[in-house]
Design a protein around this ligand. Structure first.
Ligand code: CDP
Ligand code: MG
Length: 735
C-alpha cells in the first residue's frame, strides 16, 4: 500500500514493462525478480556496461578525502597499481586526445576560451597538462578559480591524487578561512572570491603564469569581476596566459569580451538521456522527490540517482525522509545509500559522494546545483529535477537582499539532465510539465552581478584603487541604482567619505574577508570592548544554519536542549552561549551529542574564529572582553547591521526604512517573544520573507551607531502613539 501512489506521478516510468523504459545494463548476472514489485529489477551483477574506461570506473576515486593536509600512505605495489589505473583513467577522458592541440593553442594565444561538456576533464586535466609542459617552472603558479568552495577542495584533492602528491604540496586549494597551500604549491585551486582578494596583495598577479577562470558560465559576481580585472592586467603582462573555461554555454560572449579570443571546443561524449515530464504540476516537490526516488529504486535497472534540490535544509529533510522510508521498508528493499552534498557540508562527508557504490546497492545523491557542472559524480544514470534553485535576489529600492527559491533556467535544466548520460544512457525525470519547461523557465539565468548587493564588491574595488566603477569593464554591467546604493551603504557604514574615498575604517574593513556589515560589526567591537565575544558571534554566524541538530526521532529532546541555551537578547547571543559552553566543556564531543549540537559546525566556527583573530592582529586591534555585559555585544552588532532592522507594528514586523513586511523565522529564539525592535542577520524568502538570526535591540542604539542613516523621527512609534520611554530618553540625550 506504500507503493499505492507510485504510479501516479510518472506516465512513462511507472508500472514496469513500459516500452519507454530502456534497460541500460547488459544481460548476465540478473537475479530472479523477488516478487511482483521487482518486475523490472535485475542486473545487479554487472554495472555500467558502456561506461567503463572513460571516467566511469576510476578505481580509487573514492579514496580521495578532501581535507588538509592529506596523507596517501600506501603499500608500494598497490600504490603503483593504483597510479597506473589513475593514469589510464586520465588518458580515457574526452580531453586527452586534444592535449597537444590545446597546448599549442595556449602557446599561440594569450587568451583562450575553452568549451567542453561537464566531466570532459577541463578542471582536473588542463592545469596538469600546463604543469607538465613547463608553465610552472621557477615556481610560477597556475591558478584555477571555482565559483564554489566544495568544488575547489574536491577537485584539488583529486588532482593531488592523480599527481601522487600530498594535498597542500604541489597541488593546493584556497577558500575563505581555509588555506591549504604551501611554498611548493604550483597548481592552486581557489574560489573566485579568493583570487579577487589576491589582487589586494599582488595587483598584477605576478606569481602566476596562468590564470584559468573555470565554470565561467556560472557568471557569479566574483567571476564576472575577475574578467574585468584580468583583462586589464593581461594588457601589461603579455606572458600571462588566460584561460576561460565553461560548459557549453555563453562561450561566444566570453570570446567577444576578450577581444575575440579564439574558442577551443572539446567535443563531448554523451549517451542519450530520455526526458520525462509530469502530467500535472506537483504541489509538493519534496514529497514528489522522495516518492520518485523510491519508485526509481524499485522499478529501474541499476544506476545511481542524482536529485537537485535548492539548499541545505531541503536536502536534509529529503535525506531524512528517504532514510526513514527505507527503514520502514527494511529488507524488502535493496540497499539505498542516501548522500547529501551542499556547500556547507563538512568535507569528510562530501568525499563520500565520490565513493563507488557497493555492488547490489544504489546510491542517491541529493545535491544543490553544485552538482550541475562543478562536481562530477560518476555512475549517475537517473536525474530527478524539480526545476528550482535558490538565488540571491536584491532590491535596490529597499536595499534588501534575500535568498529566493526560483525556477531554474532552461539552460540549467538541460545541464542537469546531461548529468544522467555520462556513463550510460540515462533518464531525467522533471517534476514539472513539458509546457512549464517551454513557457515558464527562462532561457538562461540572470547573472549574479545584476541581482546581488554590491557592497562588498565596491569596497574591494575601491581598495584596489578602482574609483570609477561606472566605467569599469563589466561583461554585463550591474544596475546603476545598485551601485549607487552600495556607495551609500558604505558611506553610512563609515567606509567611504563624502567624496566616495576609502576611509581608514574602510581600509580596515576591506582587510577582513567578510561582508561589509559583518566587518563593521567586528571592528566596532573594539570600541565597545567586546572583541572576544563579537568574534565568536561572527564565527558562529558563518555556520549559522548548522549549529543545532534535530533528528526526526528525537525532536522533543532536541528542541528542549535548544531552549535550554536560551538567553535574553536573541539568536546571536544564543550562538555565543552555545560556543562558550562548548569551550567550557573542553570541546567535548560527548557534550555536543548530549546537547544536540553539531560538533563539526563548532569546530569550523573555531577555525573561522582563529582566522579572524589573526586578522584582528593585522589591523592592530587588541583583544577585549565585556564579561557579562552583553548589551555591549548587541551594540557592536547593531553598529554593523543597522540596515537590517524591523519594528513590530500592529500587523507584524516591517523593516524600519522601507516598511516591508517581514517575519521572524520559526527557528529563532525570539519567535514567541516578538520584541518591538529587532535586527536580523539575513532574510530568507520561502513562503514569506523570514528574518533569520534575530536580535532584540533598543531603537536608541540606532541613532548612536548610525547617525548618518537614521533620524530620530523615523524611530518613533509608527502609529503616532506615545513613544516608548527609552527611545524618547535617548533623543533628549542626543539633543
Ligand atoms: O571540468 P570538467 O567538468 O570538464 O571535468 P573534470 O572536473 O576535470 O572531471 C574529469 C573527471 O575526473 C570526471 O569525469 C571524474 O571522473 C573525475 N573526477 C573525480 O573523480 N573526482 C573529482 N573530485 C573530480 C573529478
Ligand atoms: Mg570543471
Amino acid at each position: 500500500e506504500i507503493w499505492g501512489g507510485l504510479g501516479g506521478i510518472w506516465g512513462a516510468a511507472g508500472g514496469g514493462g513500459d516500452g519507454a523504459v530502456r534497460q541500460c545494463c547488459p544481460p548476465g548476472g540478473h537475479r530472479p525478480p523477488e516478487g511482483g514489485v521487482w518486475g523490472v529489477l535485475g542486473g545487479f551483477g554487472v554495472v555500467w556496461g558502456q561506461g567503463k574506461g572513460f571516467g566511469g570506473d576510476l578505481g580509487g576515486v573514492g579514496g580521495v578525502t578532501p581535507g588538509c593536509p592529506q596523507d596517501v600512505p600506501e603499500a608500494v605495489p598497490e600504490a603503483e597499481r593504483r597510479r597506473q589505473s589513475l593514469q589510464d583513467a586520465r588518458r580515457a577522458l574526452p580531453i586527452f586526445p586534444f592535449r597537444e592541440e590545446l597546448l599549442a593553442a595556449v602557446g599561440q594565444h594569450q587568451v583562450l576560451v575553452i568549451e567542453g561538456e561537464t566531466g570532459s576533464g577541463k578542471t582536473t586535466q588542463i592545469p596538469q597538462y600546463l604543469h607538465e609542459e613547463g608553465y610552472t617552472r621557477g615556481g610560477m603558479k597556475i591558478g584555477v578559480t571555482q565559483p564554489r568552495r566544495v568544488a575547489a577542495m574536491s577537485v584539488a584533492a583529486r588532482v593531488a591524487v592523480e599527481m601522487g602528491t600530498k594535498l597542500g604540496n604541489e597541488v593546493g586549494y584556497s577558500i575563505r578561512f581555509e588555506d591549504c597551500t604551501s611554498e611548493r604549491t604550483v597548481l592552486k585551486y581557489m574560489t573566485d572570491g579568493m583570487l579577487l582578494r589576491e589582487f589586494l596583495t599582488e595587483p598584477d598577479l605576478a606569481s602566476y603564469s596562468v590564470i584559468m577562470v573555470d565554470e565561467a558560465h556560472e557568471r557569479t559576481l566574483h567571476t564576472d569581476v575577475l574578467f574585468g580585472l584580468i583583462k586589464d592586467i593581461a594588457r601589461f603582462r603579455p606572458q600571462l596566459k588566460v584561460l576561460v573555461a565553461s560548459a557549453t554555454m555563453d562561450t561566444e560572449r566570453f570570446s567577444a569580451f576578450f577581444d575575440h579570443a579564439p574558442v577551443f571546443r572539446i567535443p563531448g561524449r554523451r549517451f542519450p538521456v530520455d526526458i520525462y515530464y509530469t502530467k500535472a504540476p506537483e504541489a509538493d516537490y519534496l514529497e514528489a522527490c522522495v516518492v520518485s526516488v523510491l519508485q526509481i529504486h524499485v522499478t529501474q535497472p541499476p544506476g545511481d540517482i542524482l536529485v537537485f534540490l535548492t539548499g541545505q535544509e531541503e536536502i536534509e529533510a529529503c535525506v531524512e525522509l528517504l532514510q526513514e522510508r527505507c527503514r520502514r521498508l527494511g529488507s524488502r528493499l535493496p540497499e539505498l545509500l542516501v548522500l547529501p552534498i551542499y556547500a556547507n557540508l563538512p568535507s569528510e562527508l562530501q568525499a563520500r559522494i565520490f565513493q563507488p557504490t557497493p555492488p547490489g546497492a544504489r546510491k542517491v545523491v541529493v545535491a544543490t546545483n553544485i552538482a550541475e557542472t562543478s562536481v562530477t559524480i560518476d555512475g549517475i544514470v537517473y536525474v530527478l529535477d524539480p526545476g528550482f534553485c535558490k538565488q540571491k535576489s536584491y532590491s535596490a529600492r529597499t536595499g534588501m537582499e534575500s535568498l529566493v527559491v526560483t525556477p531554474c533556467s532552461r539552460a540549467s535544466a538541460n545541464q542537469r539532465a546531461g548529468r544522467a548520460g555520462r556513463v550510460a544512457p540515462g533518464k531525467c525525470f522533471r517534476l514539472y510539465t513539458a509546457w512549464a519547461f517551454q513557457h515558464e523557465l527562462e532561457e538562461t539565468a540572470v547573472p549574479e552581478i545584476q541581482r546581488a548587493d554590491l557592497g562588498a564588491l565596491v569596497l574591494l574595488l575601491k581598495s584596489l584603487g578602482i574609483n570609477d566603477l561606472i566605467h569599469f569593464d563589466f561583461l554585463d554591467p550591474p544596475p546603476h541604482e545598485t551601485l549607487v546604493l552600495a556607495l551609500e551603504q558604505l558611506y553610512a557604514l563609515g567606509a567611504l567619505n563624502h567624496l566616495g574615498e576609502l576611509t581608514t575604517l574602510g581600509r580596515r574593513m576591506a582587510e577582513l574577508p567578510v561582508e561589509p556589515m559583518l566587518a563593521k560589526m567586528i571592528l566596532a567591537s573594539e570600541q565597545y570592548g567586546c572583541t572576544e565575544e563579537v568574534l565568536t558571534v561572527a564565527a558562529m554566524l558563518s555556520v549559522n544554519n548548522a549549529v543545532f541538530y534535530r533528528p526526526k526521532d528525537k525532536v522533543l529532546h532536541a528542541d528542549s536542549a535548544r531552549v535550554a541555551f536560551g538567553v535574553p537578547g536573541g539568536d546571536h547571543l544564543v550562538l555565543l552561549n552555545v560556543y562558550n559552553q562548548w569551550v567550557a566543556s573542553g570541546h567535548s564531543l560527548q557534550w555536543c551529542y548530549e546537547h544536540f549540537v553539531q560538533a563539526r559546525s563548532l569546530r569550523r566556527a573555531r577555525d573561522v574564529r582563529e582566522q579572524l583573530q589573526g586578522l584582528m592582529e593585522r589591523v592592530e586591534i587588541a583583544p577585549s572582553s565585556c564579561g557579562g555585559n552583553l548589551d555591549l555585544v548587541r551594540k557592536a552588532i547593531t553598529a554593523g547591521f543597522f540596515y537590517h532592522t524591523a519594528r513590530l507594528a500592529r500587523g507584524g514586523y516591517r523593516t524600519v526604512k522601507h516598511q516591508q513586511p517581514v517575519f521572524i523565522h520559526p527557528n529563532s529564539a525570539l519567535f514567541a517573544l516578538q520584541p518591538r525592535w529587532v535586527l536580523y542577520h539575513e532574510l530568507v524568502c520561502t513562503s514569506k520573507e523570514f528574518m533569520r538570526q534575530v536580535l532584540e535591540i533598543d531603537s536608541s542604539w540606532l541613532l548612536e551607531v548610525a547617525p548618518h542613516y537614521y533620524q530620530a523621527k523615523e524611530l518613533e512609534d509608527g502609529s503616532g502613539r506615545k513613544m516608548p520611554k527609552k527611545a524618547g530618553k535617548s533623543r533628549e540625550e542626543l539633543g
